[in-house]
Design a protein around this ligand. Structure first.
Ligand SMILES: [Zn+2]
Length: 412
């Protein structure tokens, strides 16, 4: 493993440090997401453009290193943290009297931008939960700068004698692009590679693509890059280190994909698959796959959604009664909400947090009995889960639940 890997996953969302140089005109600015800068004799190429708030910082850090014009800006994909620091770079070019940089992206990116603007309140809402963004701070971009040119499978251009090859594959998004710079043996991976179990099955977001993600990583590895600039976290240098990083993550994704396909072919349904897939030690122990953002369970959920409909195999669930009505029946059977609360507390005391949550939910869903008491118990159970949870997304969902309960209880 290269020296960089010792930083491990802790550096996933680092905003520390300035423009890091790797020699040969290759730079990376590590903010919430990474911005890659490649300098040639004729000008600069920027790959990935950060969050809306990152624009001025990108210009400042870039101008501390080079006076050359920015000729191309490439959106690695259309997510909020990769395509929105653009305006500041365009303004910098105008102020300096440089030609306007050309913005390149995959052909699916404009449709993504259209969807984001159509569903802005929805994306504000889910991103606020996913990243625990306080009220009053924008949780999603509102300023959209569309690409000037788009491509489907592959495109390339040269600048200052350097070749830039843009490749599309579906991965975290359907508009994902990675960039290969052959003369400099460097790959800019965007979110095809981050220091985490790939975020294939984000609980809030549209379909993502595990198998094609793995294939893209294998294609990168086959080029024997000597430097990989990932979408988040530290760079990885050394041909064998980059290859190992790419192939380990690809193997993990293929393993989950194979398992889900095999179990579906064997006639298994979602619940059984979710409770019986394997996550071998090779992956569980790998710093490349730590479940600090994405999570193997979420990957399996995404694979199920990709290959499978929503029917869970139980005809009782095809047109289900409301959970409130079901809970009323359970409460009656159990001898009332007091008995159910008692059971929930016993489970909680025995450390069976998840089961305690299911039981206390009967009281809350039925809307009968000690509502505030049930909410208090649920909040403390969610706090327990959050304290033990390594995935930032899962943790923020638990803590978002706690905040929601506190609001309901008038505590916030
Ligand atoms: Zn990202």
């Amino acid at each position: 493993m290269g020296g960089d890997t010792s930083l491990g996953s802790q550096a996933l969302f680092s905003g520390e440090g300035g423009m890091q140089s790797f020699g040969n005109g290759l730079y990376m600015l590590q903010l919430f997401a990474n911005i890659c800068m490649i300098e040639t004799g004729e000008g600069v190429v920027l790959f990935d453009l950060g969050l809306p708030i990152d624009g001025p910082r990108i210009v400042q850090e870039m101008r501390a290193v080079t006076e050359l014009p920015v000729c191309y800006m490439i959106y690695g994909h259309g997510h909020a943290d990769h395509a929105f620091g653009t305006r500041a770079v365009l303004e910098d070019a105008e102020e300096r009297g440089h030609p306007r940089p050309v913005i390149l992206a995959h052909e699916n990116l404009p449709g993504r931008f259209d969807r984001y603007q159509r569903m802005l309140p929805y994306h504000e809402h889910i991103n606020r939960i996913q990243f625990a963004i306080p009220e009053g701070i924008p949780a999603f971009p509102w300023d959209y700068i569309y690409p000037d040119e788009v491509f489907r499978e592959e495109m390339s251009f040269t600048l200052g004698g350097t070749t830039f090859v843009l490749k599309h594959a579906r991965g975290e998004t359907d508009d994902h692009v990675w960039m290969w710079i052959p003369e400099r043996k460097t790959v800019c991976a965007s979110d095809f590679w981050v220091w985490s179990c790939p975020n294939v099955g984000n609980p809030f977001k549209v379909q993502r693509y595990a198998l094609e993600w793995a294939q893209a990583l294998e294609e990168m590895a086959a080029l024997s890059p000597e430097l990989m600039l990932p979408g988040h976290g530290a760079a990885i240098s050394g041909a064998s280190e980059v290859e190992e990083a790419c192939r380990t993550v690809a193997r993990a994704l293929r393993s989950l994909d194979d398992q889900v396909v095999e179990m579906l072919n064997a006639g298994k349904w979602q619940e059984e698959i979710l409770h019986s897939f394997a996550w071998p030690e090779e992956f569980a122990a790998s710093p490349y796959l730590a479940p600090i953002y994405g999570h193997p369970c979420f990957v399996v959920q995404a694979l199920l959604r990709q290959y499978h409909g929503w029917y869970d195999g139980n005809p009782s669930h095809l047109f289900p009664a409301g959970s409130g009505e079901i809970a009323e029946q359970v409460l009656q059977l159990a001898g009332g909400p007091g008995k159910v609360m008692e059971k929930a507390r016993k489970l909680a005391d025995a450390g069976k947090t998840q089961m305690a949550l299911h039981v206390v939910d009967f009281v809350l869903d039925a809307g009968e009995g000690p509502h505030a008491e049930a909410l208090e118990l649920k909040a403390s159970l969610l706090e327990d889960l959050a304290a033990k949870e390594s995935s930032l997304i899962a943790r923020n969902i638990f803590l978002g639940g706690v905040r929601q309960i506190n609001k309901e209880l008038g505590k916030e």
